[in-house]
Design a protein around this ligand. Structure first.
Ligand code: CMC
Length: 446
């Protein structure tokens, strides 16, 4: 074989290997190479396990605290491109859904994969609406909470308590049972949220009105007093519906990862949803909208914004409502929310905290600290201002996130259950604690 032929063959082999969908890893401890297949831009962590120096070793793992770079599932529900600021549910851009859809239609889309036909939407709306009542015993249960109990604490406990009422919820592999629990969860979340709110005010509970829309009925259960028939303000009803659409799902965030993880033990969906609500309650997740309001109140005036930003840059406090694990660009939901905010302010009067929020955003978007870290306003930055203008107390803000997220949680829970590759979620650890030690009797401990 002449050298020209050899060179051609080498080039062909190189081209073939360059186009192979695989990764070659060389273990420099042993000099051994491993070819690991790439599928959908990822390698399987289990393929790393074969990498070992000694056959008795456990094998290589990947270490990824907080799952910064680990895909835990294959999903067909929500797509986010964090660099481009794109969010789509089942392929439909969030902007289109916010403009043209309703929350119940969007919830159907998330849960069923397709937009409903007129007949399907009618049936779905009827079923959700006819599952809005809660058992009278739940009212007694709610009465047990202190008047100043946080509504998220009440939501977590009450949703968990639903599992004690619906024993059929344990049949998680029965499609009919899942359908029933979905109606109940989507239908009862607003009722429990509204009852929790009324309880804190010491006001009588208002029962659901089946003639109203999903957000309209929620406003009825929250705010109705002596009217024979509550008529929600159309601007507020629409604003709430849009906010519900924007909050319906957000792929593998902390609370969704929680419902998938807890649900992977095959517990009933009420217990799993209670766990998801608990995850959402944290100030780094759905509790951030509440924190934003406290922060704006603490800043107090536009003049004090630069001083506050200085504290943020010094690492003393966070600018709540800014930053996101996935979005390294303006959160597309925040853009839509800003528009809704102005519609609500036109009706209810401008929220005096708006100027402070706008000044925080203006300074942050021009400041090197925020630019370098790609910190932009997220969904929670403006929602609190809208909720406050609509008359919600600050503690209700995370509840307003939990209600619509229920459809996303259940869609993700169901996808996890029906995925033959999924098993009980059980990560590995790297143990760096003590090796075996001799037990030290009490009188010998220093
Ligand atoms: N204010 C000031 N600095 C921030 C902020 C903030 N809000 N967020 C991130 N940073 C800094 C952070 O200190 C770090 O700086 P350095 O590189 O010097 O250490 C850098 O930016 C990267 O931050 P990170 O903490 O590694 O980012 P993460 O992906 O782990 O956290 C986050 C994401 C949302 C938890 C975080 O940005 C945060 O705490 N934001 C405030 C809370 C908030 O608004 N949460 C709502 C999120 S959107 C609604 C939802 O889906 O839950």
């Amino acid at each position: 074989m002449d050298s020209a032929t050899t060179a051609t063959q080498t080039k062909k082999a190189e081209d073939a290997s360059a186009s192979r969908e695989s990764l070659t890893i060389t273990d420099n401890r042993s000099g051994k190479s491993y070819e690991i297949p790439i599928k959908n831009g990822a390698i399987r962590a289990m393929d790393l396990r074969q990498i070992k120096v000694d056959p008795a070793e456990f094998g290589m793992m990947s270490y990824d605290p907080a799952y910064n770079n680990t895909a835990s599932c294959i999903s067909k529900i929500t797509f986010i491109d964090g660099d481009a600021g794109i969010l789509r549910y089942r392929g439909y851009p969030i902007e289109d859904l916010a403009e043209k859809s309703t929350y119940l239609e969007t919830a159907y889309l998330l849960l069923h994969g397709e937009l409903p036909t007129a007949a399907q939407l009618k049936e779905w709306t009827y079923s959700v609406t006819h599952h809005t009542f809660i058992h009278e015993s739940i009212k007694k249960f709610l009465d047990g909470f202190h008047y100043d109990a946080h509504p998220m604490g009440m939501m977590i406990s009450t949703i968990a308590a639903l599992s004690t009422f619906y024993h059929d919820a344990k049949d998680i592999f029965d499609a009919e049972s899942r359908r029933k629990q979905t109606y109940r969860l989507v239908g009862k979340m607003p009722t429990i949220a509204a009852f929790s709110y009324r309880h804190t005010l010491g006001m009588p509970f208002v029962y659901p009105d089946n003639e109203l829309s999903y957000p309209g009925n929620f406003l009825n259960m929250l705010f109705r007093t002596t009217e024979a028939k509550y008529r929600p303000n159309p601007t507020l009803e629409h604003a709430l519906d849009v906010l519900f659409i924007l909050h319906a799902d957000h792929e593998q965030n902390c609370s969704t990862n929680t419902i998938r993880g807890v649900g992977s033990s095959h517990v009933d969906p009420y217990s799993a949803t209670a766990a998801a609500i608990a995850a959402l309650y944290g100030p780094l997740h759905g509790g951030a909208n509440e924190e934003v309001l406290h922060m704006l109140l603490e800043i107090g005036t536009v003049q004090k914004v630069p001083e506050f930003i200085k504290r943020v840059k010094a690492g003393e406090v966070k600018l709540m409502g800014f930053g996101h694990r996935v979005y390294k660009h303006y959160d597309p939901r925040a853009r839509i929310i800003k528009k809704v905010a102005y519609e609500v302010f036109e009706l209810m009067g401008k929220n005096p905290l708006l100027e402070i929020a706008l000044e925080c955003e203006r300074i942050a978007l021009e400041d090197e600290y925020f630019i370098k870290r790609k910190l932009y306003p997220n969904v929670d930055f403006y929602t609190g201002l809208i909720y406050q203008s609509m008359g919600f107390p600050i503690s209700m803000f995370p509840v307003l996130f939990a209600i619509p997220r229920t459809s996303g949680w259940i869609a993700q829970w169901q996808e996890m259950l029906l995925d033959p590759e999924q098993k009980i979620a059980r990560p590995r650890q790297i143990y760096l604690g003590h090796d075996t030690r001799q037990y030290v009797p009490m009188d010998q401990r220093g």
